[in-house]
Every structure is written in structure tokens, then in C-alpha cells.
Design a protein. Sequence first.
Length: 253
Amino acid sequence: MNERTTLIDLGQLPTRNLAECLAVNQAVLVNALASQLPGSLAQQLAECAEAAQAMGLSKKIAAIGLALGQWLEQTPPSVAEAVFEHCSAHLSDTVRSWAAFAQAYLSRDLDLEAAFLAQLRFARDEHFGVREWAWIALRPRLTHNLDSALVLLARHASDSNPLVRRFCIEVLRPRGVWCEHIAELKQTPEAAEPLLVPNLAETEKYAQDSVANWLNDASKTRPDWVIQLFERYPPSCKASRRIHLRATRSLPK
């Protein structure tokens, strides 16, 4: 094990790419954090990390995040707030990813917009991995309230921050990566037009890719809709042409 890998596992360095994210030893990381956390939480996370050793990364992050959220929920607010802030601002992107899942759990009884707004801290994170876990953690809640979620996301998809715009699109991709597909949007993607159409000329590449990938997802079950969408809203600038090219990459040429 090289020095960089060791420092990542000890929570002293963030990961740089997906390979490093996948390689993090969550159990070692939890143990390294033990001195920074209340004893009962350290023990609960250690037991969870040990039980999750054989899981894939997404289930492992979700399980530890859930354990964190459950502990926070049962803890006096002053202590819980301090611990949550420590995890949410930790140097380790993996620890912040646990916090993203903990936040989604703690928001489960909030109204949909409040839960969405609470998750934006992680959607705006400087690390690509935390931004992914932010939407993966909230996606089930939005999927179970799909009509309301689409209205909510459409309202926020014009935010001045491209990371928020990207989050609004990515969170309900029909064939989201590392999560369950959304059958309703695979079959009736037109339900998302109020969310997508205003962003067909998105200027930031990072958010552009989400718009294009959403449409590419839909093209695999509803190619007719994707073709007709661009007939109704033909690309008219560099940004919209790039989105069109990427969105239609799975269609027969």
C-alpha cells in the first residue's frame, strides 16, 4: 500500500478519481475517525463498516451514512449538530459522502422542498464524488413523489450555480448510474419537459452533460420523443448543438 492510499484510508487526503473512491477501505477510515467522534457513534459506524465489507461501494456508503443519520437522530441536538458539521466539512470526501446520506435520512419527514434544499450543500461540494452521492441519496424520495419532484426541480433548474442546475437534472435521470432506473420516465419522458427544455442551451459543460445524458437515457426506450423534441427545439447555438450531439449518440445515424 503506497503512502497516498494510506493517507486516504486515514481520512487525511481526498480521493482524486473513481478508482481511488472504489479503493477506500471504509472500515479503516471509520477506525481512523474514532478519536474525532463520540464513542457510541464510533462503535456504531465501526460495526456497520465491518458488516458492509462485502457490499459494493454505493451500498456501503449508503449503509454507513444511514448509521450516521440514525445516531444523529437519537442524539441531543447540540451534540448532533456539532458531529454532523464535523462530518459534512471533513477533509475526506468519503466522510462527507456519509453525511450526504445521513442528511437525506434526517430529511425524510421534511416537505419535499426542504429536503431538496438541505441536500444542496452536498450538491455544491467541491468533490465530484460527494456531488454524486448527494443526488443518489435523495433520488428515492423524489422518485416516490415524481410529479411534485419534477415541478420542484424545474423551479430550481435555472439556479445561478451550475452545480445546482446539474443536480436538478441528474437526480432523476431515467437510467441513473449506480441506482435503480425510473420506469415511468423511461416510458413517458415527456413528463420532464418543463425541467429539460429550458436547459437545452445550458452553457456550462458539466451541467450540459447531465442534460445530454438524461436525453440519451430516454432515447433507449423513447427514441421517437427525443427526435421530436429536437425537431420542436432545434439546436441554435454551440451549447445546444453539443447537447444535441451527445443526447442523440445512441440513436441510429
